[in-house]
Unconditional design. Structure first.
Length: 202
């Protein structure tokens, strides 16, 4: 039954920012397994203009405890706040947690064990927020800075996780230097240490 509910929720396949308003697109599968948009649901009344930036960030996950998405808000360009939103049984959205995001939108990931990960850059420091959610319960995150990354506000932050839980974060020195540097930081599942590799881009 739980797996059936999860498959039904997979109709919500994307989150986007349209004119500053976070929306979730709903879809249904056709016989050819191609998704067809069937409607939108409002995630929040308003978002920061900074939330329009990017599109490469992972912003929606389907978990055993519900469907989640993130958006950012705030009037200060370098001090945005990320908001974790959870979809209820009625299709509406409510805030489950929030935290500092820095300038860029946060990345939202889910591990194979159902843990949630938010990768953001509060105060220009790349940070991993971790939580184990429960159905309809509060989502409480712990946080730790990711060592080996560049500090700053133009990191072009991106993150991903695989089916076993290996997690990687990509950052760059962006506008902080005339010499381009791309940093790939990875942590193996079940481990606490991070491996960092720098690739020159210019």
């Amino acid at each position: 039954m739980g797996s059936q509910r999860r498959m039904a929720r997979r109709g919500l396949i994307a989150a986007l920012i349209a004119t500053g308003v976070p929306l979730a697109m709903t879809s249904r599968a056709t016989a050819a397994a191609d998704p067809v948009q069937t409607g939108n649901t409002l995630v929040a009344a308003a978002a920061s203009p900074e939330a329009n930036w990017g599109g490469h960030q992972a912003r929606i996950v389907d978990t055993p405890t519900g469907l989640y998405t993130t958006y950012t808000s705030g009037t200060e360009e370098l001090a945005q706040t990320w908001h974790l939103m959870r979809m209820g049984a009625d299709g509406g959205w409510s805030e489950a947690a929030s935290g500092g995001a820095g300038r860029e939108p946060a990345n939202l990931l889910v591990g194979p064990d159902g843990r949630l990960f938010v990768v953001a850059s509060p105060s220009g420091v790349v940070t991993l927020f971790t939580a184990t959610p429960t159905t309809n319960g509060p989502v409480t995150f712990t946080s730790a800075a990711i060592p080996g990354s560049i500090e700053g506000y133009w990191q072009y932050l991106s993150a991903g996780i695989d089916e076993v839980g290996d997690l990687c974060v990509v950052t760059s020195n962006g506008g902080n230097s005339e010499i381009g540097e791309l940093y790939v930081l990875c942590r193996r599942a079940g481990q606490t240490t991070w491996n960092s590799t720098m690739y020159p881009t210019e």
